[in-house]
Design a protein around this ligand. Sequence first.
Ligand code: PTT
Ligand code: SF4
Length: 623
Amino acid sequence: MRISGGWTGRVLRVDLDRGKHSVQDLSPRVAVELLGGRGFAAKILWDELERGTDPLSPENRLIFATGPLTGLLLPSSGKLVVAAKSPLTGGYGDGNIGTKAAVQLKKAGYDLVVVQGRAPQPSVLVIEDEDVRLEGAGDLWGKSAEEVQDVLEEKYPGAGILTIGPGGERLIKFAVITSEHGRAGGRPGIGAVMGSKNLKAVVIRGTKEIPAARRDELLELGRQGYLAVRDADAYAFWMRQGTMMTVEWCQKNGTLPTFNFREGVFDGWEGISGLTMEREFKVAQKGCPNCNMVCGMVNEIKGGPYLGRRTELDYENAAMLGSNLGIDDMNWVLTLNLFADEQGVDTISMGSVLAFVTEAYELGMISDAKLEGIRPKWGDGEAMLRLAEMLAERRGFGDAMAEGTAKLAKGLGPEAQKFAMHVKGLEISAYDCHTLPGMALAYGTSPIGAHHKDAWFIAWELKMGREVVSREKVESLIEMQRIRGGFFEAAVTCRLPWIELGFDLEWYEKYLHAATGLEFKWDDLKRIADRIYNLVRGFWVRENPSWDRRMDYPPDRWFEHPLTVGPYAGQKLDRGIYDRLLSYYYEVRGWDERGIPKKSTLRDFGLDYVIEGLEAAGVRLSE
Ligand code: PTT
Ligand code: SF4
């Protein structure tokens, strides 16, 4: 088979130790079997990392991966997967960032860039078609992600720019990669991996046409797609509030994380709602490339230390830096959000760590002396900012905070671990699950830890009924994972047209056909999604040969402490029900009772090499 469009067919390899780069052909078989993005990244990490590789060592791979739809003139196609072995979880980690760099990478003629080694000094990787070079970062090192973006935009007009902030340099375990003042990706610490490689930024500029097998057809389908997006019923409201509409929705459904996920409703929710943002703070709107849904809501801060400055806000940030910290003042939410962006650290994890520290302090598990006299309490934005500064500078106790909630809690003992809100080490994004066993299962089984990317089952579950415990519920959760984390992370295009506006999934079959010339039906795409997930699970198990089902459990809090206020007061998850759902999940996936893929499942997906690798690591596999 020959690649004739969609993919460029080329992989750029950069070895920072040797200061060299090379270009490889993308195997057409890998392209067809794993599609792109997460699929390619998982295969590279499986093939090239020894078990036990330190994620912050030069041996780890930092991967920037597009997919066959990325960059083409199709709705919301300006997305890029950034991946590596995660320093936060020790497992497979990735994120998805909307950025010009995605489009420019394809225009430069590459499907993906794989970076290994460590540059001898802080550097900027510049990719301009065939001209690939490493430039000294000079005084950019130490600067905020925002400042670096400005400097490099001026120096390389039109380029796509990916950068880390001081958080990535200081190897904060949940440092992200940022782009274009407000886009951020790589929650499981992919920014720290970039920092460990001494890479401050990557600049990409391309001049080629992105190949498409049936270009005229693609352009026409793209044109129709943009119109379908624009004409969707939900479009007008989406353009007003974007993801921020979710604050009110979660409050109404009793799922808005509040006081470190103790509660699912927050009295002060209106202060941080989409409507408040729209009426009082929103000053502009911007989006990722090739998108006519432009959901980047730019807000101006009206009080506090960042008075007059601007920052983009999404739902996850508003909830994790607002209700989950007991903060009802939008100015403090925006301030903490801007601080996280400047430092280049994940808002969700930072919010979770701050909430955990506040609760542990309240319970007397952390002394005043450790917090340099800061006395965190719910709703106190100023104290939260001061704690965040300690964290970002790794100052004193901030050093432990920078390791993430799981490790921090471990240091404080078993009681503290019960309210450490993470799965597999990745902090939970902003949906409380006391009343949602299906959504809790989705977090529990998400391929990178508790991220809503693969876990946003909440709307489906509310339709089916929270109380329903059935195999059908689990099947529909897996169906959702196949589409969200499977298809969209492999085709590498934004999922929001589908999720938010009901853009029909059939468009994507047509787009893939026009882009690649190959027929991919949804049955094929779901099989690819399952293949990728089995490969990712194989990676996790190889790293943890004594893997068992407890790795797929959500935190104790949701099982042990019922909600105390709101319409669902008194409710909590039931361990027996969770275990039953988890067993259904394993059955449907073809995994054994420990959550390890069976040999027959791996063979069925052509993953015989995973069988060999797991057995070599001493994992006993079921037939
Ligand atoms: C994503 C996670 C999210 S998801 C949000 S808000 W969201 C947080 N945003 C952060 C931020 O901002 N600054 C910061 N310092 N940290 C942040 N951490 C959090 O990161 C994102 C949009 C959004 S906004 C969502 S849901 C959708 N995510 C997609 C996805 O994952 N895949 C895909 N194919 N399409 C998606 N479309 C939407 O993209 P991570 P972005 Mg992000 C300021 O990457 O690691 O997955 O974490 O990429 O360009 O900002 O767009 O209510
Ligand atoms: Fe980016 Fe939002 Fe458009 Fe998705 S919908 S591509 S996140 S602007």
